[in-house]
Design a protein around this ligand. Structure first.
Ligand code: ATP
Ligand code: MG
Length: 541
């Protein structure tokens, strides 16, 4: 990754000998699928380790038993692998529950933790506010022996959820609310996917995370800005518990926000559960699984993460930056195909009825090394609705009555007559071709201003298109709302070679945009293509 303030901090740490190896970790909670925001964190952690010849662990933060699921674990690993990254070790925070318990007992013995019987509501009231100090809990001065006994009983299951908690004894008057005797263990009678029913008390994130980092020998624990105010607690835990050779350093960066996108697992899960989308991998979803199915490449995601960089100031990135990155990546990578979205029939009146010929066209005008392919041409052809105007506007160079254009890879064709149905709609266009103008023949007699694409009606095949708009739109009050028109289903006609696509294969549909054969639904019988991104960019580097 390009240099940033995190790398500058690491450079300094290495120069001063604070650490001699860079070791990072990506710590997802397995309570949902990863989204594009996680991709930023993944790329930052893995590429930072790689830059310094260090290592990066994948560690599941599974300290919250109720919400976790193995489906999510598998999805997370598939996503990271798809991004092309390899973790050093795959670990579970829950593997350290014994050590965390011992650490809590140590704190009690040092007089730095106590069992508190206040209710959740009371603890909140006692905590104070940003302007007022908190009040000490009446249970704060329990003896070490009593605390050890009660904590032991908490562990043994003597109390119900919420009846007691273990709190760190720090400072109820601290200006930092996180240091006002924070809860470090709570009771939860819940089955845990890894430890089963062994535990009915679970460590809180702020207590667990520094211990996880320290056990693994993490040097730089990179997290998002909302943990900045928790850093003193992170350091306090390491200092007080400290039976490790070195202290990890927590560094915060601004989380990614994107326009037209909601990025919290809680929201995304609700949408999956209430059927607002087809699933976590719906191509409209900002999940990595959705973006993958949408046809994005891992390279595009990585370029995007590089492009936006890391900073401390929160901001919202325009989604057109992400779109730009995939467009740039696909530009010279994928072949083009002729597809007609809104067909108008062209009859070439001077072309023989039973004849058919093939024309050679380049697969990618910007990448000649991608070669050519043959497309069929005959008397009846399909052209796109937007390539014809009965009454042309100014500077319209495509097909209109009396105008001559090039049919890409074939001939110059002139529109002579618009034939209508009884209801006034267009039935077909009667045109003539000039045999001398065949592409590649070296014809130089005259020039035309417009080139349009076509599909031979004799060989064209029907395909299904899913064209997308954003899943969310901002309303007048600046709030994100579900867009009721986020997908448009189009029956299109394509040159037959698209049926040979592999699920997941990408193309440029000439003049329309980039498309991918849906990885789940595509087959020769049901050729479903998803729009990846349109051709036009509203953002420039
Ligand atoms: P969410 O609120 O979407 O559930 P989270 O932060 O609770 O996100 P975790 O699984 O705890 O999700 O996150 C794993 C890592 O990814 C954390 O280090 C977190 O800071 C980081 N992360 C999550 N969302 C973003 C984001 N939008 N931008 C950058 N990093 C993120
Ligand atoms: Mg979380």
């Amino acid at each position: 990754m390009a240099d940033n303030f995190i790398h500058n901090m690491i450079d300094k740490d290495l120069a001063e000998g604070v650490y001699d190896e860079v070791y990072t970790r990506f710590p997802p909670e397995p309570n949902g699928y990863l989204h594009i925001g996680h991709a930023k964190s993944i790329w930052l952690n893995f590429s930072t380790a790689a830059k310094y010849g260090g290592k990066c662990n994948l560690r599941y933060d599974d300290t919250n038993p109720a919400k976790e699921d193995m489906e999510y674990v598998e999805a997370i690993e598939a996503d990271i692998k798809w991004l092309g990254l390899n973790w050093e070790k795959r670990l579970w925070a829950s593997d350290y529950f014994d050590t965390m318990y011992e650490a809590a007992v140590e704190l009690i013995k040092k007089g730095k933790a106590f069992v508190c019987d206040l209710t959740g509501e009371e603890i909140k009231q006692y905590r104070g506010t940003l302007t007022e100090p908190g009040k000490e809990s009446p249970y704060r001065n329990r003896s070490v022996e009593e605390n050890l006994k009660l904590f032991q009983e908490m562990r043994e299951g003597k109390y119900g959820d919420g009846e007691k908690v273990l709190r760190a004894k720090i400072d109820m008057a601290s200006p930092n609310i996180n240091l006002r005797d924070p809860i470090i263990y709570r009771i939860a009678h819940a089955h845990h996917h890894n430890t089963g029913d062994k535990w009915c008390i679970y460590p809180m994130y702020d207590f667990a995370h520094p211990i996880e980092d320290a056990i693994e020998g993490i040097s730089h624990s990179i997290c998002t800005m909302e943990f900045e105010d928790h850093r003193p607690l992170y350091d306090w835990v390491l200092r007080e518990v400290g039976f490790w050779p070195h202290m990890p350093r927590q560094i915060e960066f601004a989380r990614l926000n994107l326009t037209n996108t909601v990025m919290s697992k809680r929201h995304l899960r609700a949408m999956v559960e209430n059927g607002a989308v087809e699933g976590w991998d719906d191509p409209r979803m900002p999940t990595i699984a959705g973006i993958r199915r949408r046809g994005y490449t891992p390279e595009a995601i990585r370029d995007f993460c590089e492009e936006i960089g890391v900073a401390k100031a929160n901001s919202t990135v325009d989604i057109s930056v992400l779109e730009y990155c995939v467009r740039e990546d696909l530009k010279t990578k994928v072949e083009s195909r002729n597809v007609i979205f809104n067909p108008i029939k062209v009859v070439v009146t001077n072309y023989p009825e039973d004849e058919r010929e093939t024309c050679t066209i380049e697969n990618n005008a910007q990448a000649p090394e991608m070669g050519t392919r043959e497309v069929s041409f005959s008397k009846e052809l399909w052209v796109d609705g937007e390539d014809f105007m009965e009454a042309p506007v100014k500077k319209y160079f495509r097909l209109f009555p009396g105008n001559e254009v090039r049919f890409k890879g074939a001939y110059f064709i002139t529109c002579n007559e618009v034939v209508k149905n009884e209801d006034g709609s267009i039935k077909e266009l009667h045109c003539t071709y000039d045999p001398e103008t065949r592409s590649g023949s070296g014809f130089e007699g005259r020039k035309v201003k417009g080139t349009i694409h076509f599909v031979d009606a004799k060989t064209g095949v029907p395909i299904k298109i899913r064209k997308y708009d954003y899943l969310f739109k901002e309303n007048e009050d600046g709030e994100m709302e579900l867009n009721p028109d986020s997908v448009e289903y189009i029956d299109a006609i394509a040159e037959p070679s698209v049926l040979d696509a592999e699920p997941g294969e990408r193309f440029q549909f000439f003049r329309h945009g980039y498309y991918v054969a849906d990885s789940k639904l595509f087959s020769r019988e049901t050729p479903v293509f998803n729009e990846i991104v349109g051709l036009k960019s509203s953002w420039k580097k």
